[in-house]
Design a protein around this ligand. Sequence first.
Ligand code: PHE
Length: 369
Amino acid sequence: MFFCEIRKSHRIHFYLCLGTAKGIYFIMKATLEKLRAEAWRELEGARDARELDSLRVKYLGKKGGITAILKQMGSLSAEERPAIGALANSVREDIEGALASRAESIDAAALSERLRSEKLDVTVPGTPAAAGHRHPMSIVLDEARDIFISMGFAVAEGPEIELSEYGFDKLNTPPGHTVRGWSDTFYIARDESVHLRSQTSPVQVRYMEAHRPPVRIISPGGVYRKDELDASHSPMFHQLEGLVVDRGITFGDLKGTLNTLVQGIYGEDVKTRFRPHHFPFTEPSCEVDVQCVVCGGTGCRVCKGEGWLELLGAGMVHPKVLAGVGIDPDEYSGFAFGVGIERMTMLRYTIDDLRLLYENDLRFLRQFA
Ligand code: PHE
């Protein structure tokens, strides 16, 4: 009576059975046992919740194996039915139990896999964030600013695109003056009324027009000149302008102020030298040199044997400039100076090529970290 075939879908091929009623009972019993064994085996191989779910449908669902058996109960005798019913229930319970425990172990395996793959070793050293640092020019400018602020100076600003009225006329530099030439100045207007400022000095005029004495300001910023870029020239560079106007300001105040700057930046015992010079907007005018930062004044290649290096231009504010902004030159006097920030930086760190300050070569810049 077992010469029958049970289809994969677990429906029973009654027609192949050597069909007595007793035969059907045994086939159903065998089929239920087979279902249990098959379910166990398949559950063992299930890898995730989705596979478990399709196995649940396959064995316990409405069209599943057990339901198919129960549908055949009618062909059994009254004595056989409870036995098959009880067996079907125990197979169902076994499969449910196996599903639950398989689900548990799949969850546990998934958890331990996550713990393994996502583990975080808090003792591994982190990737350090690359912190930047100031550019050497910013370092020197900050120092200069601090020195002036400690002497009571305020910081003022002016435009880089400047009216020639402020850049030249009001600085006692009339039309036709060589520094107003097209070969020196970047004009923006054909009529020469607007240009990229070639010095920070126009800020003097703008500030004095807006503020009455006492005036005590510095003004750092970019300036432009028609120079080719080489080791000591650049079409764009930076200056720091200084201006003091009050009653009784003398050349001695200018010297004392600039000596304080130089000693603050280059060292307590570095000497300065004031040489006569000419600027249209100061009278008298001078250029200021510092003792060579390389040889200390004995003469070397850097100072070309002179012992001195030129640092800045300065002078007493020209009476015409004061009068031009409505300040009475008989009552007030003042001094002004303009220092190149690149130059100040190069002398501070003995940098012999201006271009290093602009090239952003980290091998150079990291030396100032
Ligand atoms: N403006 C001058 C220059 O660029 C420097 C200077 C400033 C001179 C103030 C005197 C007074 O060379």
